[in-house]
Design a protein around this ligand. Structure first.
Ligand SMILES: [Mg+2]
Ligand SMILES: [Zn+2]
Length: 180
């Protein structure tokens, strides 16, 4: 079985929109921007032998605020730019009661079956409480990137960092590959 790093998308690998201190998903291709540090971070972790995946809630689709092909095009660009094994997406609205929407671990457990991943040896990197809760429920090591949003922080992340690069350094250090 393989080790993986699961990244949240918006606010982690992709620039998030922050309004009144609260994070929002981008809704147009014009707003879509992969963060500059994402390339180096994912390259280094891929070189260290990890499978890299994205898991993202996109309820704006289920809520009728964004067309699904727009999100699919964003994810196509993301997968073309970064060395990702897969991008798991929950398109459901908050009220549909699906098993994939974070904080539920459905996207992680499905990916584990699909790609033969050992969740207990894998990492979750997120910028919101629900990312961390999903990672904890799946038995992963959870890393919270504190972007300073005006919302409740997770109370049970394994580690807190302040940037994606710091998350990468932490993972490499924990794996004994040293910090650059
Ligand atoms: Mg996010
Ligand atoms: Zn779902």
């Amino acid at each position: 079985m393989k080790k993986a790093v699961f990244f949240d998308r918006d606010g982690v690998l992709v620039r998030g929109l922050v309004r009144d201190g609260k994070p929002h998903a981008v809704r147009t291709l014009e707003e879509f921007e992969i963060l500059p540090e994402s390339g180096d971070v994912t390259t280094r972790l891929a070189e260290a032998g990890f499978r890299l995946l994205v898991f993202t809630n996109q309820p704006d689709v289920g809520n009728g605020l964004v067309e699904r092909p727009v999100v699919e095009e964003m994810n196509r660009i993301l997968q073309q730019t970064l060395p990702l094994t897969a991008i798991k997406v929950c398109y459901h609205s908050q009220t549909e009661g699906c098993i994939c929407r974070k904080p539920k671990p459905g996207m992680l457990t499905e990916a584990a079956r699909e790609f033969d991943l050992d969740l207990s040896q894998s990492y979750v990197v997120g910028d919101r409480k629900t990312d961390i809760e999903a990672g904890n429920a799946a038995g992963c090591f959870t890393i919270f990137i504190d972007r300073g949003y005006r919302e409740q922080s997770p109370d049970n992340a394994d580690k807190w960092v302040h940037s994606l690069a710091e998350a990468k350094d932490l993972i490499l250090a924990l794996e004994g590959n040293g910090i650059e």
